[in-house]
Structure formats: C-alpha cells, structure tokens
Design a protein around this ligand. Structure first.
Ligand code: C2E
Ligand code: MG
Ligand code: MG
Ligand code: MG
Length: 278
C-alpha cells in the first residue's frame, strides 16, 4: 500500500514537473514572438516632488499583453527573459521606445522630463551597452540629460570590473545613473563608494514599514542621512499613504513615486495628466 501511494505521489510530482517544463517552453516561445506581434507596451509612472506636487520625471514600466492571459506583470516574465537572454532584444526595445516617447512628448511641448528606464543585469554587463545606448540616443534625437538608467545593486557586484568604466562612459553622455530597490538586496557600501552613482531609490519594502516597523523607519533615516552626506540624490518608491509622505518629508526626502500620487499609466492617460498639470 505504501509503495502504491509512493508511486502515485512520484507520478504526480513527475507530472507537475512535466507541466512546469511545458509551461516554461510555451512561455519562452510566446515571449520570443511577443515583440514581433507587438504585444509589449510601456506604462509610465511619474516621479513627484512631494513639496510642490511638480512632476520631476517618469519611469517606463514594461507590460506584456499576452493573448488569452491579459496583462502579465514584468515580475512574472523578466526572470525567464533573463534566463533565456531574451531580455537583450526586449530591453533594447524598451530603451528605444521610451526614448522615442520622451522625445515625442518634448516635441509636443510637454514640459521636459527625464525618462527612466530599467536595465537588466544582463544589459548593463553586455559588452555593447554603451554603443547601444549611444545609438538609441542618436536615432531618437533625445539628449542624454533626459535619460536615467535604473540598475539594481546586484547588477554592480560580482560582475566584471568593467562596470565602473561603463557607468563613467554613460555619465559622460549626460545620463543619470540610479540604483533601484536600494537596500533590498545585499548592499555593499564599498562597492557603492567605488561607483559614481547619481541617485538611489529606497526600496518600497522599507517605505511600507513606516508607522508599522521601527526598524524600517530607522533604516530609512540612516539612508537619508548617508545620501545627504554623500550628496547622492534619493527618492522613495512605493509611497501609498499620507503618513508615509509626512514621515519622509520630515527626513528631507521629497522625491516620491507611488500609488499615493500616480499609478503607472498608458500613454494617453499620461498625456491627459501632464496636460492638466501644465
Ligand atoms: P521597479 O523598477 O522597482 O518598479 C517599481 C514597481 O512597483 C512597478 O511594478 C510599479 O508598478 C510598482 N509600484 C509603483 N508604485 C507602487 C506603490 O505605491 N505600491 C506598490 N505596491 N507598487 C508600486 P511593475 O511595473 O510590476 O514592475 C516590477 C519590476 O519589474 C520593476 O521594479 C522592475 O524591476 C522590473 N521591470 C519593469 N519594467 C522593466 C523593463 O523594461 N526592463 C527590466 N529589465 N525590468 C523591468
Ligand atoms: Mg525601476
Ligand atoms: Mg524599484
Ligand atoms: Mg523592483
């Protein structure tokens, strides 16, 4: 009996594995065609000056409108895209589309805002990255000072030492370099010191602990102080409540991104919001 049961469970586990493998293959194939089929699009989320309400810039966030599945979150397909390196063509498309959109908005007379684009660890460590960014700027006509590249801390550690050189070259093009999700992964302060980082985004997990967990509050205080001393710009992500805003403002953190102000929006909606603002 026990053997029967064991065999049964083994079959179940093996079937689940097979299903999982099939799903992964399916998803990989679908992802492969997603760009060609124009299933990818970008949403834009404003970054706000919490003192004045002014929109400081925006971040491009990838969306996949997969037929039969609806919108799939990047958190659900980027890990696979990275594993299969499909992130390289997808990431290039994101960069180009976002820069094109920013230039378009400038030509339409919207106020000149900086466009932030998330770069995968595989993009920032790709030997052609500087060349690729350069050619996107040339093709779209966007000036480097209107582009911000968001990378995570892990993209800067345990990789080739070359990243220092890459960041310098990007900065020489006028581009802003930010560290996304700051504090979420293991942070290396010595690595941080070595690299020329313009800005950090305090991870939303700390922000969401405001008023709930004094450890999160302590970390935010310390980070705000450190960044002020280092003269590194900082922004709080995932701001959802007035209490969080007030706490952050008291610490001198006034750059915000989060549902309290704006959700990520498709192009048309973003245009109506910016129109109202100016
Ligand atoms: P991220 O770059 O840290 O982006 C912030 C995420 O938090 C976004 O999720 C955004 O929609 C969400 N968010 C913004 N405000 C709030 C808030 O007040 N509360 C909560 N709970 N969430 C908020 P999204 O769009 O699902 O993106 C998830 C992650 O996927 C991004 O995190 C980024 O790491 C990655 N990602 C998105 N687009 C791209 C891309 O084009 N390329 C690459 N490599 N990664 C991307
Ligand atoms: Mg980001
Ligand atoms: Mg983030
Ligand atoms: Mg994130």
């Amino acid at each position: 009996k026990a053997k029967e049961l064991g065999g049964n469970q083994y079959q179940k586990a093996s079937k689940a594995l097979k299903n999982h493998a099939l799903e992964t293959i399916e998803l990989t194939n679908a992802l492969h065609q997603a760009l060609e089929k124009e299933e990818m699009l970008l949403y834009y989320q404003p970054k706000v000056n919490g003192r004045t309400g002014e929109i400081l810039g925006l971040e491009a966030l990838l969306r996949w409108n997969r037929p039969g599945y609806g919108f799939i979150s990047p958190a659900d397909f980027i890990p696979l895209a990275e594993k299969t390196r499909q992130i390289l063509p997808i990431g290039y498309w994101v960069l180009k589309t976002a820069c094109q959109q920013c230039k378009d908005w400038q030509e339409k007379g919207f106020s000149q805002m900086k466009m932030a684009v998330n770069l995968s660890v595989y993009q920032i460590n790709h030997p052609d990255i500087v060349q690729q960014v350069q050619s996107v700027l040339e093709e779209t006509g966007l000036e480097g000072k209107y582009l911000e590249l968001e990378i995570t801390e892990s993209a800067t550690v345990n990789t080739n030492k070359q990243i220092e050189e890459v960041l310098k070259e990007l900065k020489a093009m006028g581009i802003t370099i930010s560290i996304d999700d700051f504090g979420k992964e293991y942070s290396s302060l010595s690595r941080f010191k070595e690299l020329s980082i313009d800005k950090i985004k305090i991870d939303m997990s700390f922000v969401q602990g405001i008023g709930i967990n004094i450890k999160d509050e302590a970390i935010i205080k310390a980070v705000a102080l450190l960044m002020t001393e280092l003269k590194v710009d900082f922004l709080a992500e995932g701001v959802e409540t007035k209490e969080q805003v007030d706490f952050l403002l008291r610490l001198g953190c006034y750059q915000f991104q989060g549902y309290y102000f704006y959700r990520p929006m498709p192009v048309k909606e973003f245009e109506s919001v910016v129109n109202m603002k100016n």
